[in-house]
Design a protein around this ligand. Structure first.
Ligand code: ING
Length: 309
């Protein structure tokens, strides 16, 4: 019997800086109800799904910054989402800014969780590849201060048993790094959930602006094919506080084919029946790690990077 996860990619359109979490949760529940009506087992939301993408602004006041973070999960604002999911019997995943105090020290992570159909958090991932910069760079049309507001995740990529398969997570910039997918595949992931907030304009190389959607799909499709995994890429999309974010959320099969894709830049659900057993077509053949992979030769792959860029 094939192991199918009916998967919904729930793209979110712009979230205004002033938009309260409660309002965003209402939008997320609306997409969740559509997903349930279409028989979804799992619905996937973007990175930092509860607020606007706040790293686009330079802030110095830690209280102003911390207002974008969740101090507990679940919490009062997201409780309706967890409750509705339990009623519908559907699992879900979303990204949020995590503030956690450990031994009296506050830590800030760009985090994503997977919640199973019973409403239990079965996986938590903290973003490993933080793009952007740490100080105010006024030459930019907008900032990208993830390195200022977040600490990098220190836990390796990991996989949870859920929905009848092995599910991994990554966040946004992680999807551009081939190591992300290979690490997860070597840990037996069969499906990887990846939310993203990606501006069309890339200040350091504006000559690449027209390539952002291409680079998005190139990264997701290569990762899926080269590792024989389902990859679910979900955007926060549209013109958010004056910043154009790409959409084209999609579900990619282990063959690298895009089998479902969003066609708008707003709140939109796309669904596909993801048969996890199809990973074998790739993982038992062209990318059989056991038969073909040569880790003893790849000695540079995990060596420290001491050269100048
Ligand atoms: N956003 C972007 C991403 O990796 C970026 C940053 C944009 C990097 C365009 C390179 C080019 O998709 C996040 N949030 O990582």
């Amino acid at each position: 019997m094939s192991r199918v996860i009916v998967t919904g990619a729930a793209q979110l359109g712009p979230i205004a800086r002033s938009e309260p979490r409660e309002r965003v949760v209402v939008r997320m529940i609306s997409l969740m109800e559509k997903a349930a009506a279409r028989g979804c087992d799992l619905v996937v939301y973007p990175e930092l799904a509860l607020t606007t993408f706040f790293p686009r602004w330079y802030m110095e006041d830690q209280a102003e910054i911390d207002a974008f973070f969740e101090r507990s999960m679940p919490n009062v604002e997201v409780a309706p989402l967890f409750a509705r999911a339990r009623e519908l019997g559907i699992g879900f995943s979303f990204g949020y800014a995590e503030l956690i105090v450990e031994e009296g020290v506050a830590h800030h992570y760009n985090t994503a969780i997977v919640v199973d159909k019973a409403g239990e958090i079965v996986h938590r991932y903290r973003k490993i590849h933080l793009p952007g910069h740490t100080s105010h760079e006024p030459w930019r049309a907008f900032q990208h201060l993830e390195k200022r507001y977040f600490e990098p995740g220190m836990e390796p990529f990991s996989v949870a048993e859920a929905f009848g398969g092995k599910i991994g997570q990554a966040i946004c910039n992680d999807r551009r790094w081939p190591e992300t997918y290979r690490e997860l595949a070597l840990r037996d992931a069969e499906m990887v959930l990846i939310g993203y907030n990606t501006p069309v304009h890339y200040p350091q190389a504006p000559e690449h602006d027209h390539l952002q959607c291409f680079h998005n799909h190139l990264s997701l499709q290569a990762g899926a094919y080269q590792n024989g995994m389902w990859v679910v890429g979900v955007a926060k999309a549209g013109k958010e506080e004056g910043c154009d974010l790409i959409g084209q959320s999609c579900i990619v099969a282990p063959t690298g084919e895009i089998v479902a894709m969003a066609g708008t830049l707003g709140d939109e659900l796309v669904v596909h029946d993801c048969d996890l057993d199809r990973c074998t077509e790739i993982r038992a053949n062209i990318f059989s790690f056991k038969q073909h992979r040569r880790p003893e030769i790849y000695t540079a792959l995990t060596a420290p990077h001491d050269k100048e860029d």
